[in-house]
Design a binder for this molecule. Structure first.
Ligand code: ATP
Length: 246
């Protein structure tokens, strides 16, 4: 038996989330209890509409839950005011979305420092330099998004998520708009953030190949986490997905 004690970076306990009312009501999360281990790369998979993005948004404090509790570290997000939640998201959470969400008028360098500037924080030069090197953007910092490839834009977005040293980086289909080569670059980059910085990463994806980069895969079906697979092979993910996505 392992004596290793897994520390959760973020946890959901009996979380329920519904959208709409009456006959149009959808239960997107149906009593989810799950822990995301710190310093690991966790991937969330499942069929379309199974609740993956809703789970990510609830874990990240982007969406309020209807019942249950979400803990980021030991902070109960459900007990926070809007203001406190906004501050916590700004200081403790990084986001990467499918659409890169960069400001077109700013350079890559300005984009990646924007959240810190908005927060009134002074960037840590040594850390920012390290992040820029890891994402491989040193010679692109003066370029605007339109002058960058999709893969490069997404790497700026990953750097932007990292510079504030968040407790958790949440990524929702970060490779969804990329060709397979750029996607592989971004996935390798996220993997490196975990291995070199001890960053906690949680990523929603449809792509079993992307799941092959993960330490753990959470399989979601009908608003529930129905399986957890450690150190999955791509073939294993295909098999398990086949079992839940009918
Ligand atoms: N804002 C919303 N209003 C109404 N229903 C919603 C809303 N967001 C999600 N839903 C519903 O909740 C369920 C779960 O949606 P969610 O986006 O979490 O699924 P998903 O697994 O991420 O799907 P996909 O892979 O297609 O992105 C779906 O039935 C969806 O239609």
């Amino acid at each position: 038996m392992s004596s290793h004690v897994e520390v959760a970076a973020v946890r959901a306990v009996a979380v329920t989330k519904r959208f709409g009312v009456g006959p149009a009501m959808v239960t997107a999360l149906d009593g989810v209890t799950v822990a995301v281990p710190a310093g690991r790369f966790t991937v969330v998979m499942g069929a379309s509409g199974s609740g993956k993005s809703t789970l990510l948004h609830c874990l990240a404090g982007l969406d309020r839950v209807d019942s249950g509790v979400v803990y980021l570290g030991d902070v109960d997000l459900t007990g926070l005011s809007e203001r406190a939640l906004t501050r916590l998201r700004r200081d403790r959470v990084g986001f990467v979305f499918q659409s890169f969400n960069l400001l077109p008028t700013l350079t890559a360098g300005e984009n990646l420092l924007l959240p810190l500037r908005i927060a009134g924080r002074v960037p840590d030069r040594a850390w920012t330099d390290r992040v820029v090197d890891v994402v491989g953007l040193r010679d692109r910092l003066a370029h605007r998004p339109a002058e960058l490839s999709g893969g490069q834009q997404q790497r700026v977005a990953v750097a932007r998520a990292l510079v504030a040293r968040p407790a958790v980086v949440f990524a929702d289909e970060p490779t969804g708009n990329l060709d397979s080569r750029a996607a592989a670059d971004v996935l390798a980059l996220l993997r490196r953030c975990v291995d070199e910085f001890g960053q906690t990463v949680v990523m929603v994806t449809h792509d079993p190949v992307a799941a092959g980069y993960a330490d753990r895969v959470l399989l979601v079906a009908d608003g529930r986490v129905v399986d957890e697979v450690d150190a999955p092979s791509v073939a294993m993910i295909h098999r398990r997905l086949g079992g839940v996505s009918s």
